[in-house]
Design a protein around this ligand. Sequence first.
Ligand SMILES: C[S@@+](CC[C@H](N)C(=O)[O-])C[C@H]1O[C@@H](n2cnc3c(N)ncnc32)[C@H](O)[C@@H]1O
Length: 283
Amino acid sequence: MPERDANIKAVLRYYDRTESRLGYLYLLHGTKHFGWYEAGDPGWRFSPAMRRMEHQLGRRLGLDAGSRVLDAGCGMGEVARTLATDFTLDVTGIDILDFNLDEARRRSEKSGLADRTRFVECDYHDLSQFADGQFDGAYTMETFVHAADPERVLAEFHRVLRPGGRLVMFEYSRTPEELLDPAARAAFDAVCELGAMPTWHRLNHGDLEGLLESASFKVEAVEDVTARMLPMLRAFALLGRLPYATARRLGKTAKAVNAMSGVEMWKHQDAWRYNIYTAAKKA
Ligand SMILES: C[S@@+](CC[C@H](N)C(=O)[O-])C[C@H]1O[C@@H](n2cnc3c(N)ncnc32)[C@H](O)[C@@H]1O
């Protein structure tokens, strides 16, 4: 429990920093996930790429119109609104950032989606405010990496899904530490530590599949789609170069975590993968 409290504080600190607030708002209009690029799609056009990524999610959920879905780590709710609009789903978004939830509600109200999207302050480690089997589907869009206790989060997803309910996760995995050179290892450690991502630090390629099976999910597909999001990471690496170099020179790397992550993750592409996990709750 103290470990979970410390984790929540670290996540709040990470997203409350000026760099995070301004970067996500001005570069990505408040959305916080990578885009999907086919050959020839321009890397700098972030919004259409993020909508394409959200469509990848909607297709993998494969749920009927009106199905009830949990967005675990919804941020400002852009993913939820795409699913409500383009896939006619009924989405409940949860997050621990009150300032993101306020904005999510405001945007849904403004776009006439308040009846199909709702946003609740809640930690995904404890979904006790939701009933057993309440949802037809659940998803994480780059959020599970922040978990302090991934087994517990999966157990909660399992509980709130109906039998056969769908779980789709857009998440990173890592290359085992012993296979990384010292520079890649140091960079990866710093990104996970400063970005408050203990689960990314812990889960080697192949581990999440095992955790899902242990939590009584049937894993239907695991897709390494790193190549699809690299154009956006490349753009971030270019944008981050100067702020990161300056922060390092001043000994203030902790103030430029996003810039650091863009540069170092681009440089050490052998240290990680970006995956889509599609699973269903065993009956
Ligand atoms: C990279 S952002 C993604 C946000 C959103 N899915 C999107 O794509 O715009 C990760 C989100 O997970 C949320 N998060 C982290 N830990 C969480 C927890 N324990 N419970 C609920 N949300 C959490 C963060 O607050 C943040 O909004």
